[in-house]
Design a binder for this molecule. Structure first.
Ligand code: F6R
Length: 600
């Protein structure tokens, strides 16, 4: 979703801003712009890509080329079509203030009538000559309802950038005699690893000499400087054609990283530092509710199965967006777990706050260190999957599932599972990275299958038990990057409706691993075959039965039921990736999608 960058220092701002915007491309956008301040203020913006803007910037005057202060934006349209005019930054009527805004101003309609052609900050500033850019911005924000991350510059005060946030993330990067601003850490990492995360309701004034952070109510804030722990190489493609493919292939290493220090194989125990102090309360929860969106919601469903099976604690899974608006029955005896790769998803954040208000213990599973959700939860665990740049989530999903697997085992300790049973499960978990590596070796076979099905218009993904959420995830991956309509279903539900869709053109992807529902799945495959559906099956190595029934079989290593999602999802990620690339789709930047959905 929309991205913000800013620079104030001693270097030429334009190339830094454009490069920063490129690093934010993965968030999704439809237009881009920059504002440069060097005596006068220049705004350059247009619909389309950052590279298009880069070409336009070649025509910058010498004055603007040497500007050392500026702000930049990638816009993902929510209100108003993508167009040159709607792109940010926006200028006031006089052309001496430039503003960038992320988020949704909910009372925009009322404000617009009052302010057309002038600008809120400008109006307030003009009405009181004693104000400066900072206080005019602060006053303006008091009139605004909704979410924002904003950057303001003005030729009336040419040596500062004012930024503020509520809902939309903002980070300040600290260099030597220079400062950077960004929506997330990706554009900062090549310049500095020292950052300050702004919290909701904070406003910062940044000059070349330093920065101050206050609340919108003007109360000074002490901010902690955080050291980023990822390198530039992690946000580059490293020889892969797309970030998505790189991230799929990173999964074995990520699996190791998630478990590192947490799975103590020799002792047969799990150590979850981030929740240790709350483990007892978690174990005695009346109920656990897990809230998330999209792929994280699919991981949550697997978490439900795992926690109920191992720890025997009742679990409910809710879409974060629904949880918030249906007045949920949640109280002090409940635990609410929010799962989010980005840690910034607006609906998940809202669900977290609702749960907190109702007195539940709120725990987070996030990937992005220092993200808003991670900071607002009482306790939690980072997935340590590294930056996920591909819009379609892959490695974050497997990391979340491992996290939930470890959590389920930790909750069962001393209650439902013996030490030996836990040790056995951990042993199996520790073998998963090696099995995942073997599945990745099947890429060329999966690519061949993808080539045959690239022309499909619909696809059905079917699985049972632990593999039902994987079917949902496989279908989501395919539709979001290839634009083929796909649906995931519990295999047995097929007979209650979707079977009507099956004909000779319909690919049906079955997850048919050997577990308690294996025989039933075989019957489901027969049902599809007898209607001439085209069956692709994910099955366990050595399974001859499935090869008799399916047109294509992708064989994966054997594992126990609860752990299979970590393996079965990988061929589905690769299948979606290759189908999408055969169709010529831009898999890293699928149309209309944003990596981090910071509006509700
Ligand atoms: C799908 C995908 C999205 C996200 C969803 C939640 O590939 O990436 O469905 O999973 O927007 O995002 P996070 O996990 O950042 O809260």
């Amino acid at each position: 979703m929309c991205g913000i960058v800013g620079y104030i220092g001693w270097r030429e701002a334009a190339p830094l801003l454009l490069n920063g915007l490129k690093r934010l491309e993965y968030r999704g956008y439809d237009s881009a712009g920059i504002a440069l301040l060097n005596g006068s203020l220049l705004v350059m913006k247009q619909k389309g890509s950052v590279s298009g803007l880069e070409v336009a910037a070649e025509g910058l005057s010498l004055d603007m080329q040497s500007a050392t202060l500026g702000i930049g934006h990638t816009r993902w349209a929510t209100h108003g079509e993508p167009s040159d005019n709607n792109a940010h930054p926006h200028k006031n009527a006089l052309g001496d203030i430039a503003v960038i805004h992320n988020g949704i101003i909910e009372n925009y309609s009322a404000l617009k009538q009052e302010l057309t052609a002038q600008g809120l900050i400008d109006k307030i500033w003009k009405s009181d000559q004693s104000l400066d850019l900072e206080s005019a911005t602060r006053s303006a924000l008091r009139h605004v309802d909704g979410a924002y991350g904003i950057c303001v510059i003005s030729s009336r005060e040419p040596d500062k950038i004012v930024v503020a946030r509520k809902g939309s993330p903002l980070v300040i990067g600290i260099g030597t005699g220079e400062f950077f601003i960004a929506s997330d850490a990706a554009p900062l990492i090549e310049h500095t690893n020292k950052v300050v995360y702004l919290s909701d309701g904070e406003l910062a004034v940044i000059t070349r000499e330093g920065y101050t952070v206050k609340t919108i109510e003007n109360i000074e804030q002490e901010k902690i400087i955080t050291e980023l722990d990822f390198s530039l190489e992690k946000i580059e493609k490293g020889g892969f054609e797309h970030f998505m493919l790189k991230e799929i292939f990173e999964q074995p290493a990520v699996m190791h990283d998630v478990m590192r220090g947490r799975v103590r194989l020799e002792e047969g125990r799990i150590c979850l530092g981030g929740i240790e102090d709350y483990l007892d309360r978690l174990k005695h929860a009346k109920r656990i509710v897990i809230c998330a969106c999209g792929t994280s919601w699919h991981a949550a469903l697997i978490g439900e199965y795992l926690i109920e099976e191992f720890a025997r604690i009742p679990v409910e899974v809710d879409y974060a967006s629904e949880f918030r608006y249906r007045n949920p029955i949640v109280g002090v005896d409940d635990v609410v777990i929010v799962i989010s790769q980005s840690g910034e998803t607006a609906d998940t954040l809202a669900a977290l706050r609702t749960a907190k208000e109702k007195g539940a213990l709120v725990m987070g599973i996030c990937n992005v260190v220092g993200s808003t959700i991670a900071r607002e939860t009482l306790c939690g665990m980072y997935t340590h999957a590294g930056p996920e740049v591909g819009v379609a989530s892959t490695k974050a999903f497997t990391a979340q599932v491992i996290m939930l697997y470890m959590l389920a085992l930790a909750l069962s300790k001393g209650r439902t599972l013996s030490h030996d049973e836990i040790a056995l499960n951990l042993k199996e978990l520790s073998r998963i990275p090696e099995k995942a590596t073997r599945i990745l070796e099947l890429e060329s076979q999966i690519k061949d299958i993808a080539e045959r099905f690239q022309g499909a218009r619909n696809a059905l993904y079917l699985g049972r038990g632990y593999n039902f959420p994987v079917a949902l995830e496989g279908a989501l991956k395919l539709k979001e990057i290839s634009y083929i309509h796909a649906e995931g279903y519990p295999a047995a539900e097929m007979k209650h409706g979707p079977i009507a869709l099956i004909d000779k053109d319909m690919p049906v992807i079955f997850i048919a691993t050997r577990d308690s529902t294996y025989a039933k799945i075989l019957s489901n495959i027969e049902e599809v075959r007898s209607r001439k559906g085209r069956v692709i099956a994910i099955a366990n190595e050595g399974d001859q039965e499935v090869s008799r029934l399916a047109e294509h079989v992708i064989y994966i290593p054997q594992s126990s039921g609860p752990i299979t999602p970590l393996l079965t999802v990988i061929p589905l990620q690769l299948l979606a990736y290759h189908i999408a690339t055969f169709r010529g789709c831009n898999v890293d930047r699928p149309r209309n999608l944003a990596k981090s959905v910071t509006v509700e």
